[in-house]
Write a protein that binds this ligand. Structure first.
Ligand code: HEC
Length: 146
């Protein structure tokens, strides 16, 4: 009897967790809408990456985030940036993508997905936008494939 109650309680807890993770999976992309973008510490590249980028690019930046399959254009594998740019991590290019989106791609600049520059500007002054981009770059650079 007692054990049944306990396993019932455990099941309930498990269901709650499952429900919560389902609900999270169905929420709009975190950070994608300006108004809902969660605040992060501009000094923490890893926190910003995991909050704003991992949902598409994956925590490991390989392009396999939970939202990847929903997108028409697959999210780029960000661990290959250096390899794809003659072995040198392309800081300026990545900064430009973050600020204004990839040149001819819709995925960072459609109306549902404002470019990150706009999102970051809504969170602080120009210096803080620069700091965010600088620290995101520093973090993504550490993820480069050797
Ligand atoms: C809603 C999904 C989504 C989110 C969130 C997202 N990206 Fe992207 N990103 C994409 C897609 C899709 C592409 C590849 C296609 C394209 O060029 O648009 C891409 C391309 C890129 C590229 C170009 C890669 C290359 O090889 O040229 C960079 C750099 C990049 N993203 C950085 C970021 C950073 C940094 C963040 C977080 C601040 C982020 N992205 C968040 C979807 C996303």
């Amino acid at each position: 009897m007692i054990s049944r109650t306990i396993s019932g309680a455990l099941l309930l807890v498990a269901l709650l967790f499952f429900g919560a993770s389902l609900a999270m999976a169905q929420e709009p992309t975190p950070g994608v809408k300006k108004s809902t973008a969660p605040r992060t510490n501009a000094a923490s590249g890893v926190e910003m990456f995991n909050t704003y980028c991992a949902v598409c690019h994956g925590k490991d930046a390989k392009g396999d985030g939970p939202l990847a399959t929903e997108l028409k254009i697959p999210p780029a594998n960000l661990t290959m940036l250096a390899k794809n740019h003659d072995g040198k991590y392309p800081t300026d290019y990545v900064s430009q993508v973050i600020l204004t989106g990839p040149r001819d791609a819709k995925s960072h600049g459609s109306k549902d997905m404002p470019v990150w520059g706009t999102v970051f500007k809504s969170m602080g002054d120009d210096a803080s936008v620069k700091q965010r981009i600088f620290n995101l770059n520093k973090y993504i650079e550490t993820l480069q494939a050797k």
